[in-house]
Each structure stands twice: as structure tokens, then as C-alpha cells.
Design a protein around this ligand. Structure first.
Ligand code: PLP
Length: 426
């Protein structure tokens, strides 16, 4: 059969019932697995068997979720994790050791920025932030011999900058490191980073993949395309692994070498595994990702246009709006829509913004994006409050900025709610 299309994979990839099997993916609420003899167990520990060993490093619902996400992103293999942050840390701890270096766009999620800017330093991993408007030469010049990855977000949360994939993937190639992309805000429906040169794709599945704010989760998708051997920078992947009797991941697992390394070493050692129930709920959510993302994007664009013309609004930022500084990049990399998040500032700055949040009735104030409900947040006083004002500005966060994650309610009701809330500010 020819390769199936994206929308079909949303519904069907990852689980194919045999005759008489449940039509819906079963929940296997289980930690451990039964074998007939010691030889079966030995094969598991030699990584010669594809049976499950222990639910910390994989279980049936996680496996189905990973297969669906591998199909949706067009990768070679995937590993799920307990949260988006866990997926990011598992990736970094697999690629970097003390003394290594990361090159990253500063337009990233606040949690990731804290990890990069503070926590990783305690582990001896240094991070340089390189402005996304830098030239290819400037990005390459910021690399060091110890650089091990280049990191960015397809649509930055909450700055909403769209990554220039052409420039970043060219830079990663020249430096000789994988391009690692957090694709949470776009989802594979709006953008498939591997098609634009990404080597590793990460999601906080907590957001649009789940889509209903029920489950924490993360995933790492390995494109299978990066040549780990080329400059001998990744001995953990290309040299014998002592903890598996000298097994060589690069030789044994080929295009899935990185994903396997993450699973049987990083997940084994750090233990940030996703629960069966959360895997199952996320799997359910992904079955209608294609329907939801289209509507999220349409509603976000309509609300952005409405607010742009509202007398109480200072400015609106949405890469899908004509005239936005990222409009061309959005047209190029997000042709089906620019995602569900918009940001804007109310006239009157921070105080007026806080008043707006109080006045909204349909939209709820939450520390989350990607839900079917319309949600709003004031990043400067919440998600990004640990950052200095200077770092906030570098991450694209104005003190008066409001972030809205536009949900799937009727757009007329959403517009009316913002209209009444704005008009009630004096
Ligand atoms: C939420 C988010 C994360 C972190 O995910 P958690 O599941 O909350 O740990 C990482 N990156 C982006 C872009 C996010 O929006």
C-alpha cells in the first residue's frame, strides 16, 4: 500500500487491530512483563528482542503513541517522556556531557530558557543564545569545537517568532551538529520540521497533541538522518557502550540509534517515563489533531484581525497576519495556518492588560496553551517572571504582552468576549 496521508495517519497510525481485537487502543495499565525462560530475558538485556522489558523504558500504550507521532512527523523512531521538559532534558543529556556547549535561539519557551540559562550550567553545559535574525555566518561563528546541538522552536512560545529553517539547518550542517526543533506550537499538522532539515523534533504533547489539557507528556522524534559518526563528536552513540557489554548503538540500530540510546540509557537512568493512561489520552487526542489545528489557526487569525482594528488595542502579533515581521516565514513554513496562539498589548500597558484578564468571561486565565478552551496569560508576571526584564525582552516579551491560546469555541462568541472585556477597561 502506498504511504498514507497525514489526516489518515492522525486517525489510524500507531494501532492496527487484528480481527476480533478492540477497535480502540486498549489501556495496558501494567509495569512488568512475563517471559517463559531466562533466555528471553537475556535477549531483552542484550537489546536483541523487541518485547517489552519494564514500563520505565516502554509499554504498549507508549509504543502506540510513539508510532503515531513517528508517522505524523515523518521520522524513523520516537521516544515518549513524562513531559515536554523531560523530552528536552533526555535529548540534551544524550547529546551533551559536562564541558559541551549548546547553541540556541533565545526565542524559546520560558522553562527551556531557565534550563539552558541556569540549570545546565550547574552540570557544566554552556549555552549561547544566538538571535534568530543573525546571519548564517554569525550563527556558525558562535559555535565552538564543543558545540553538540543547535536548538530552536518552529513557532516560539510566547514570542511567536517563526524559525528560519533554511538558515538554521544550513548552520547546523556547517557546524556539524543536529538541528533540534521544539515543534509544540505548530504540531506536525502545520509544520513537519524534518522536511526542512531538522534532525530531532521534540513536542510537549501536553499542549496540542493532547489538546484537551488532560495529560502531561513529551516526545522526541528521531529523523534517522543525522550521521553521528561523521566528526566523532558523539562517542556515546558511535562507540561501544559499557552498560550494554560493549554494544555499539550506531552499528546495531542505524537510523534509530539516537532514539534507542535515549530509551535504554537516558530513560533507564533518569526515569522520566510517560504513564500508560497519559499515553492513551494523548493518543486519543492525536486522532483529531488535523481537525483541531485547522480550526485553532482559523480562530486565531480571525481574533487577531478583530483585535488589530479594536480602538483599545496597541498592537497584535500573529505570524499569520499580513504585515507581521514573520509573515513571509509563516507563508513558507506554515502554509496551512500559523497556529492557535496570538499575542497583543492593550493600550495602557501592564495595568490595562491585567484589567482585561479580570474582565474576560468566556476566556479563562490559565498557565497553559493548546487547549480546546480559549485561554489567556500575562507572561511577564507569570511564566517568565523568573527572567530579568532584559532576558524577557530578548525572548520577545513586552511587559504589557498578553498571550491568548485561541480555542475551538464559536469565533463570534470569542470576539464578543474580548470586545466586552476591552470596552470595560476605563
Ligand atoms: C509547554 C512547553 C514545553 C514544556 O512542556 P511540559 O510538558 O510543560 O513540560 C516545552 N516547549 C514548549 C514550546 C512548550 O510550550
Amino acid at each position: 500500500m502506498s504511504e498514507r496521508r497525514f489526516d489518515t495517519n492522525c486517525v489510524q497510525a500507531g494501532y492496527t487491530p487484528g480481527t476480533g481485537d478492540p477497535q480502540v487502543l486498549p489501556i495496558v495499565q501494567n509495569t512488568t512483563y512475563r517471559y517463559y525462560n531466562a533466555a528471553d530475558v537475556a535477549a531483552l538485556f542484550d537489546l536483541d528482542s523487541d518485547m517489552f522489558m519494564y514500563s520505565r523504558i516502554g509499554h504498549p500504550d507508549e509504543d502506540a503513541l510513539e508510532k503515531k507521532l513517528t508517522a505524523l512527523e515523518g521520522g524513523a523512531a520516537a521516544v515518549a517522556a513524562s513531559s515536554g521538559m523531560a523530552a528536552i532534558f533526555l535529548t540534551i543529556s544524550t547529546l551533551c556531557k559536562a564541558g559541551d556547549h549548546i547553541l540556541a535561539s533565545p526565542s524559546i519557551y520560558g522553562g527551556t530558557f531557565n534550563l539552558f540559562n541556569m540549570t545546565l550550567k550547574r552540570f557544566g553545559i554552556d549555552v549561547t543564545f544566538i538571535d534568530q535574525n543573525s546571519s548564517l555566518e554569525e550563527i556558525v561563528a558562535a559555535a565552538r569545537p564543543e558545540t553538540r546541538l543547535l536548538f530552536g522552536e518552529t513557532i516560539a512560545n510566547p514570542a511567536l517568532h517563526v524559525l528560519d529553517f533554511e538558515k538554521f539547518s544550513a548552520a547546523a550542517k556547517e557546524i556539524g551538529v543536529p538541528l533540534v526543533i521544539d515543534n509544540t506550537l505548530a504540531s506536525p499538522f502545520l509544520c513537519r520540521p524534518i522536511e526542512h532539515g531538522a534532525d530531532i523534533v521534540i513536542h510537549a504533547t501536553t499542549k496540542w497533541a493532547d489538546g484537551q489539557a488532560t495529560s502531561m507528556g513529551g516526545v522526541i522524534i528521531d529523523s534517522g538522518k543525522f550521521d553521528w559518526k561523521k566528526d566523532n563528536k558523539y562517542p556515546e552513540i558511535t562507540e561501544p557502550d559499557e552498560s550494554y557489554h560493549g554494544l555499539n548503538f550506531y552499528e546495531k540500530f542505524g537510523p534509530a540509534a539516537f532514539a534507542m540510546k535515549v530509551r535504554v540509557c537516558a530513560l533507564r537512568d533518569f526515569g522520566s517515563c510517560i504513564a500508560p493512561m497519559n499515553s492513551w489520552l494523548t493518543f486519543q487526542g492525536l486522532q483529531h489533531l488535523h481537525v483541531r489545528m485547522r480550526r485553532h489557526s482559523d480562530n486565531a487569525l480571525a481574533l487577531a484581525k478583530f483585535l488589530e482594528n479594536h480602538p483599545k488595542i496597541d498592537w497584535v502579533y500573529y505570524p499569520g497576519l499580513e504585515g507581521n515581521e514573520n509573515y513571509e516565514l509563516a507563508q513558507k513554513y506554515l502554509p496551512k495556518g500559523a497556529g492557535g496562539v496570538i499575542s497583543f498589548a492593550v493600550k495602557g500597558g501592564r495595568a490595562a492588560g491585567e484589567k482585561l484578564l479580570e474582565n474576560l468571561k468566556l476566556a479563562s486565565v490559565v498557565v497553559h496553551v493548546g487547549d480546546i478552551h480559549t485561554c489567556v496569560l500575562h507572561p511577564a508576571s507569570t511564566t517568565h517572571r523568573q527572567l530579568s526584564e532584559e532576558d524577557q525582552l530578548a525572548a520577545g516579551i513586552d511587559p504589557g504582552l498578553i498571550r491568548a491560546s485561541v480555542g475551538l469555541e464559536d469565533i463570534e462568541d470569542i470576539k464578543e468576549d474580548f470586545d466586552q472585556a476591552l470596552n470595560a477597561i476605563d
